[in-house]
Ligand binder design. Structure first.
Ligand SMILES: Nc1ncnc2c1ncn2[C@@H]1O[C@H](COP(=O)(O)OP(=O)(O)OP(=O)(O)O)[C@@H](O)[C@H]1O
Length: 805
């Protein structure tokens, strides 16, 4: 009869079978069918009408719902441990089609906790696909021999002594035999459809009180289980991982065994989850090369060394790692340390990884340059705040006119120190060398207080704490730093300060109120850079490698941060580099050189003005006001106008710094520290007239620093030519503009306060960007006496009122 049922009769709607089950009856569409417990087959009961609704069984329903009928409490089920029909019937769930599709049958039964010893009756229920019978006293599974459709078997918590010692149901896929008295794994070749095997806590049942010696010690017999994807053999006495070669295992649980190392997993290339908790493992070696691994649990082991992480570092899919209760937890900053090394983790030690932690880890162990610089800056500002306040009147002469500084930046061995010193030698009337402090020892040819101030680490640290530094940076285990006093010393002389430093130093400097011009001195040829380093004979191979790698970083930084450097000069040939730098500076200062002298090389060049060769005379470039910074300019004869100068962000940053500096200056109350402030000159070099700042106009910088190209043969290096516009730092000679002023003075009584259009370099160009004819520059009287502020009006004036005097 059942064979002829159509879907509707069977309660199948939309392909879903939804009968109403009540005890041994099934109600479908108002008809009641009787379940034949012997065969699982339903037959129609004409006399009964469905009255009550019972819950339809769900395939994944938990065991706890096996018995929920209170009315049947009185009945003694399976007395004497012999499984009976009543017990089975009550545990039946999941009515569905038989495997051949011809009948409606119950597919699942659950008979837990009946102290069953004899389950022979199960042999009659051939349609069962899933049997759950934990917490019994079963010793023999042979009645399952005939259950050829059995897929899932849970016989955990029984008294089985043999592993699957019944002739195999054809398709047995999932087996849980944990908590049995099985001492040894036997050959499971007959169960070659096995996908999941759980053998936890073997031999525990009869040894609840005392730890059994008979626990499973060896993994074996699985060689032919070619479909095994999950294996759990936790809480046994296994001391070696073996016998799993080439199995498709994805989940492996060997927790709480006696493992000392992770081995023989190389061929388990589908492994995704491994649980090794509660062993004696010290090293994570053996976990590498599992590309699909997502989750590793090694809680409660002996992992102590952070370097062990290297074995799981390459696991790109790894998301969860548990290292709780390992000695490694004692390491300082353990969590950030791990998160830095394993940046893909979403869970560590059972705790979700927060984004903030990842950022903190990166900032702690490999901070971006900007973070290094910000920290450095913060540190020095804080230490400065802790000191009595002091007015740096030479370097902070006015909030509107920044103190002129030139920073040569580049990798070690780029030759920037030599260039800086040479520049100061030649243009001593304009530039002074800002001497950094260092903890490194002087090289043979270096002199104390000339190349660096050489100090001990203790002294360096002391000076940091005394708030002396503007910036510091550790390079190759030596510390370098520029002290405020070093800059102030130069400023007091009325000179612009030239310093050289690594990129990190520049980043810090960019956080300060200084607004230097930055020239990247870059050896573009690796070979010549390496040769220069090697020729010095003082660097180890590792140091040279480090330096050469950093030179790539400089190039990248220049590419990625357009406008960060004002100019790049190739220093492969140091003579040529100096010529370019020199040229840049003369443009910058508005100093004219005769073409003859320019061609004659760096050593011979003489500064002239108004076509007169006279050492020490010069024309002055007109200082620009901040407003003029974003004016366009032409760069080189052959190039189309390129935007340069400050980017929008830089502009905004400068505005912020101006405003901060303005606030600082206006709120300054000196009397308390008069003795400190008065030991330094209160003002910068006094003469205001004809002052030249380095803050020459630039344009919006939308490209990385322009490279100052070497001159071609026949090309004139003449500041009077159009080449003047070659420099990013230069503007059309503003000295020409000053010809309107009889004495070349730009002073308006307060400092620089020229009408904007008079300093706007665009005004020097015609509409097409070519230079207009300009009036000849006025000759400036030759300098006399010692070089210094009184003669060289480089610095802007101090606003005494603003400074609080
Ligand atoms: N205050 C500073 N802040 C950051 N870096 C600095 C500072 N002073 C010097 N440096 C840089 O530290 C690096 C190491 O200094 P060192 O004197 O050993 O190099 P160098 O041989 O003079 O390099 P170069 O030939 O490029 O001038 C150099 O790149 C140098 O410019």
């Amino acid at each position: 009869m059942a064979d002829n049922w159509n879907d509707e009769e069977l309660g199948i709607q939309n392909g879903q079978f939804s009968p109403i089950v009540e005890g041994g009856f099934v109600h479908v569409d108002g008809e009641t069918h009787i379940l034949n417990y012997d065969t699982n087959v339903l037959s129609l009961d004409q006399d009964r009408q469905a009255t009550e609704v019972a819950t339809a069984a769900d395939e994944d329903q938990p065991q706890s719902s096996y018995y929920d009928s209170e009315e049947e409490e009185d009945v003694e089920l399976s007395p004497d441990g012999i499984l009976d029909e009543e017990t089975i019937g009550r545990g039946m769930t999941n009515l569905g089609r038989s495997a051949d599709g011809s009948q409606q049958v119950y597919l699942h039964t659950a008979i837990p906790g009946f102290s069953l010893k004899d389950i022979s009756i199960l042999a009659n229920y051939i349609h069962l696909q899933k049997i759950e019978m934990p917490y019994n006293e079963i010793t023999d599974l042979s009645p399952l021999n005939d259950l050829k459709y059995l897929l899932i078997l849970d016989a955990s918590h029984n008294k089985l002594t043999k592993l699957l010692d019944f002739s195999p149901p054809k398709n047995l896929q999932k087996v849980d035999l944990s908590y049995n008295d099985i001492e040894e794994m036997t050959d499971l070749t007959p169960h070659h459809y096995l996908m999941s095997l759980v053998l936890d806590h073997l031999c525990s049942f009869s040894n609840l009180v005392q730890e059994s010696d008979n626990k499973l010690k060896e993994i074996k017999g699985l060689e032919n289980c070619k479909r095994l994807t999950k294996l759990s053999i936790a809480h046994n006495k296994i001391d070696k991982i073996q016998g799993l070669d080439n199995l498709p295992i994805q989940q492996l649980d060997i927790s709480h065994n006696h493992l000392k190392k992770i081995e023989n997993l190389e061929t388990l290339d589908r492994l995704r989850t491994i649980n090794l908790c509660g062993n004696n493992i010290r090293s994570l070696k053996g976990l590498e090369d599992h590309d699909l691994m997502e989750c590793i649990d090694v809680e409660d082991n002996e992992v102590i060394d952070i370097t062990e992480i290297k074995f799981v570092k390459g696991l790109r899919m790894l998301r969860q790692l548990n290292l709780l209760r390992n000695p490694i937890q004692e390491l300082p900053d353990y969590r950030l340390c791990i998160l830095f090394r394993l940046q893909n983790l979403t869970q560590l030690d059972r705790h979700k990884v927060e984004v903030e932690e990842k950022v903190a880890a990166a900032n702690m162990f490999n901070p971006p340059l900007e973070v290094i610089a910000s920290r450095d800056h913060i540190m020095h500002v804080v230490y400065q705040f802790l000191q009595p306040s002091r007015v740096w009147d030479s370097t902070l002469p006015s909030v509107e006119t920044p103190y002129p500084m030139l920073v040569l930046v580049g990798p070690q061995g780029s030759g920037k120190k030599d260039l800086a010193m040479k520049l100061v030698d030649e243009f001593g009337d304009y530039f002074g060398y800002g001497i950094s402090h260092t903890t490194r020892r002087p090289h043979q040819e270096e002199k104390m207080g000339q190349d660096y101030h050489y100090v001990t680490l203790e002294k360096f640290e002391y000076d940091i704490k005394m708030g002396q530094f503007i910036q510091t940076y550790q390079y190759n285990s030596n510390w370098y730093g520029l002290q405020m006093e070093s800059v102030e010393c130069v400023a007091r002389e009325g000179l612009a300060c030239v310093v050289h430093m690594e990129l990190e130093g520049v980043l810090t400097l960019k956080n300060t109120y200084f607004e230097p011009r930055y020239v990247l001195i870059m050896p573009l040829s690796k070979d010549s850079h390496e040769k220069r380093l090697r020729d010095r004979g003082i660097y180890s191979d590792a140091q040279m490698d480090y330096t050469l790698k950093r030179s790539d970083m400089y190039l990248e930084y220049n590419q990625e941060h357009p406008g960060f450097f004002d100019m790049m000069i190739n220093s492969d040939d140091i003579q040529e580099a100096y010529r370019r730098l020199r040229r840049l500076v003369t443009d910058y200062l508005g100093i004219s050189l005769t073409s003859e002298q320019s061609e004659s090389g760096d050593d011979e060049e003489t500064i002239v003005e108004g076509q007169q060769t006279q050492m020490g005379t010069r024309t002055w470039s007109k200082p620009s006001l901040p407003d003029s910074l974003s004016q366009p300019y032409t760069r080189g004869k052959t190039q189309s106008p390129v935007q340069s100068g400050r980017g929008i962000l830089e502009e905004m940053s400068i505005k912020r710094r101006h405003s901060a500096a303005r606030d600082a200056v206006s709120g300054y109350i000196p009397p308390l520290f008069e003795q400190i402030t008065t030991q330094y000159p209160k003002t910068a070099p006094q003469t205001v007239e004809g002052q030249v700042g380095l803050n020459v106009s630039g344009d919006l910088r939308s490209f990385s620093a322009p490279v100052d190209k070497p001159l071609q043969t026949g090309e004139e290096e003449d500041s009077s030519s159009d080449d003047e516009s070659d420099s990013t730092l230069s503007v059309a000679s503003a000295g020409d503009m000053k010809s309107n002023s009889p004495d070349g003075s730009l002073h308006d009584g307060k400092g620089f306060n020229l009408p904007t259009d008079s300093v706007n370099p665009i005004n020097l160009m015609d509409g097409k960007g070519t230079k207009k004819d300009l009036p000849p520059p006025l000759q400036r009287p030759p300098s006399q006496g010692r070089p210094g502020s009184e003669k060289h009006n480089i610095l802007p004036p101090i606003h005494a009122v603003k400074a609080g005097y």
